[in-house]
Design a protein. Structure first.
Ligand code: GTP
Ligand code: MG
Ligand code: ZN
Length: 382
């Protein structure tokens, strides 16, 4: 399989190179199921496990590979291809991450990444009785924080008496994130969703159980690949039809992530958080000769000295590097998104009082500007 089909690009190649480990090859996590991973790689689908070291460090950092992640693997010797198993040795720093607090043993909570490396987050809500603007707002703010670009899909427009009012209300609440009313069942408005899809980009579908995430994906695929619930979700009992997160390749080249419905509880790691988790490395780093020491080959590096003296596990430094790089990379995406958001906001305010003619001009100018997220239609569909 061509890795680009899975979203591989120069920036990922660079991140793999940064691991400075020979003989590791990249693969993307298609499914994660309690320690067992389904990966897609250049040699097709493979099953994988975490190396003991990675598992150990992942549990201390609360970060296991998840669907959408790029990992570095080493084959276990058998012939590669369907049925072979590989070992995951490293997790590449994420470009975006949807995180939530999961309750673990003893009632404690631990941060869990629900979806990684999503470019556009389709936040799905139902236009039926479960419609709730406050919940939608929470989803949108989590999406901005994750480093993904949020797009609201108000599904089940066939069940709404007043879809236009709700569309308007939502658009006002989440501006400048775009909002679209669709019906997966009637296949209405799906062209608005297709307009976002680009080859090699990753699209996550997120939202409560029963809102129609899998139904929309099936409609985009043109086949009933994902199981959807035949029963009514009107009771809101939260029966999950999709039970695991999964990566799906659409015919046009876009990569889609289906997820089980989730409750939104926000909380995000930041660069400071990374420092707290790796306090012993921070402590050592404060004794490096150079303040901006990367602990690679700089003279007077206290971190490398500790590794050479056997006082620090090199894998620990690797996890630290990955998490710091990840935090920086998500931080950078958030800044870029914030900039787009401000621009779109300003644009919207101007547009609000503008005539139809100047709106068209505004749109043309934006197109000429050629901003990367420009084609994601920053104006709501109202
Ligand atoms: N009326 C109507 N029903 C829909 C529409 N889209 C989905 N449904 C129905 O809603 C129910 C739930 O759809 P799913 O696609 O399974 O929802 P989901 O978001 O994937 O749910 P989980 O996998 O549990 O998170 C099914 O009975 C679908 O047939 C729609 O546009 N209109
Ligand atoms: Mg589903
Ligand atoms: Zn150093």
């Amino acid at each position: 399989m061509d890795l680009h089909r899975l979203g591989w690009n120069r920036s990922w190649a660079q991140k793999l190179k940064d691991l400075q480990d020979e003989g590791l090859s990249p693969a993307r996590v298609a499914r994660a199921d309690r320690g067992l991973y389904q990966l897609l790689s250049a040699s097709g689908a493979v099953r994988a496990r975490l190396s003991g070291r990675l598992r150990h460090h992942a549990s201390s950092a609360g970060e296991f590979p998840t669907t959408g992640d790029w990992v570095a693997v080493r084959s276990l010797g058998q012939a590669e291809g369907a049925g072979s198993q590989v070992m995951i040795h490293a997790l590449l720093p994420r470009q975006s991450a949807f995180r939530r607090q999961a309750v673990i043993a003893g009632g404690r909570t631990q941060e869990q990444t629900v979806a990684a490396n999503v470019d556009v987050a389709f936040l799905v809500s139902g236009l039926d009785i479960e419609f709730n603007v406050r919940r939608i707002e929470r989803y949108v703010s989590i999406a901005w924080d994750s480093g993904a670009f949020p797009v609201l899909l108000l599904n089940k427009s066939d069940l709404a008496d007043n879809p236009t009012d709700r569309l308007r209300e939502t658009a006002r609440a989440v501006a400048p994130a775009p909002v679209h009313a669709i019906s997966a069942l009637r296949e209405a408005g799906l062209e608005q969703v297709r307009a976002y899809l680009e080859a090699g980009k990753t699209y996550g579908f997120l939202g409560s159980s029963g809102v129609g995430k899998s139904s929309i994906i099936n409609a985009l695929l043109g086949e009933e690949r994902q199981a959807v619930s035949g029963i009514s979700h009107a009771s809101g009992k939260g029966r999950h039809t999709t039970t695991r997160r999964e990566l799906i390749l659409l015919p046009g080249g876009a990569i889609v992530l289906d997820t089980p419905g989730m409750k939104v509880i926000g909380a995000w790691s930041d660069e400071e958080g990374v420092g707290r988790t790796f306090s012993e490395i921070e402590e050592l780093a404060s004794r490096c000769r150079f303040r901006d020491c990367r602990h690679a080959s700089e003279p007077g590096c206290a971190v490398r000295a500790a590794i050479e003296a056997g006082e620090l596990d090199p894998a620990r430094l690797r996890s630290f590097r990955r998490l710091s790089q990840e935090a920086a990379s998500i931080e950078q995406r958030k800044k870029e998104l914030a900039r787009l958001r401000r621009l779109a906001h300003r644009d919207r305010i101007v547009k609000g009082s503008a005539s139809a003619g100047s709106q068209r001009r505004g749109r043309r100018q934006r197109r000429r500007g050629g901003r990367s997220a420009g084609r994601h239609g920053l104006d709501a569909d109202v």
